[in-house]
Design a protein around this ligand. Structure first.
Ligand SMILES: N[C@@H](CCC(=O)N[C@@H](CS)C(=O)NCC(=O)O)C(=O)O
Length: 215
């Protein structure tokens, strides 16, 4: 059956899918969704492989059948297609700053949390990286990843000492990745933001109370 509006393939337990869900909720748009059950390995089913051969969520299928994967690419599409309430910046300077801070949140925070989790969980043996290729876990990476998460907390606390939002004066996608990273670290690694990091904790309280953050 042809799909008339974009269809988001996602999964409740997926932090990457949550980055897209919160973005959609912040924009206040309605996007049809289909749940892929990662717990029962539905990402490896022939039906989902036909949608995304990389076997990952999120994936956004457009009306013409095009499938967009990668959180940043899905965000870019949604920002252009639904330009009200911009979340990726408006001026050249702000767009660059949102990209810069969002990349730091992903590379210095989100990725180390993911690395620690995927190299530790017994259920992910042989699947240390998601995607089309199998990789063995490297247990020694877990401690290093946790050190990187601690440094991310300290660095972002310093940033939030002097800015109300991660990228500056406005809420943006950089706040979304940071929020998802903080919750992921607290839930999966039992690493909440340390009590000493008051600016980061104040930011978290305010951002997590936004209605879209529960998406
Ligand atoms: N770089 C991708 C990463 C997507 C990704 O890693 N998704 C995870 C869920 S958070 C997944 O699909 N995992 C499937 C698996 O572990 O086999 C993006 O930005 O969307």
């Amino acid at each position: 059956m042809p799909i008339e509006t974009p269809l988001l393939y996602e999964s409740k337990g997926s932090p990457n899918a949550r980055r897209v869900r919160v973005f959609i909720a912040e924009k206040g748009i309605e996007i049809a969704r289909r749940a892929i059950d990662l717990g029962s390995r539905e990402q490896f089913s022939d039906a989902f492989k036909a949608v995304n051969p990389r076997m990952q969520v999120p994936a956004l299928q457009l009306a013409d059948g095009t499938v967009i994967t990668e959180v940043l690419a899905i965000w870019r599409y949604l920002e252009e297609a639904y330009p009200h309430k911009p979340l990726l910046g408006t001026t050249s300077k702000d767009k660059a700053l949102v990209t810069m801070w969002e990349r730091r949140a992903e590379l210095d925070g989100f990725a180390p949390v993911m690395e620690a989790v995927r190299n530790a969980l017994p259920g992910l043996k042989g699947r240390a990286l998601s995607g089309p290729h199998d990789y063995e876990q490297i247990p020694a990476l877990v401690e290093r990843s946790k050190q990187r998460v601690s440094n991310f907390f300290a660095d972002f606390n310093a940033r939030l000492d002097s800015a109300p939002f991660v990228a500056g004066d406005e809420f943006s996608a950089a706040d979304i990745t940071t929020l998802v990273t903080v919750d992921f670290a607290a839930n999966a690694l039992k690493m909440p933001i340390p009590e000493s990091h008051q600016s980061f904790r104040r930011w978290y309280e305010s951002i997590s109370s936004r209605p879209a953050s529960s998406a």
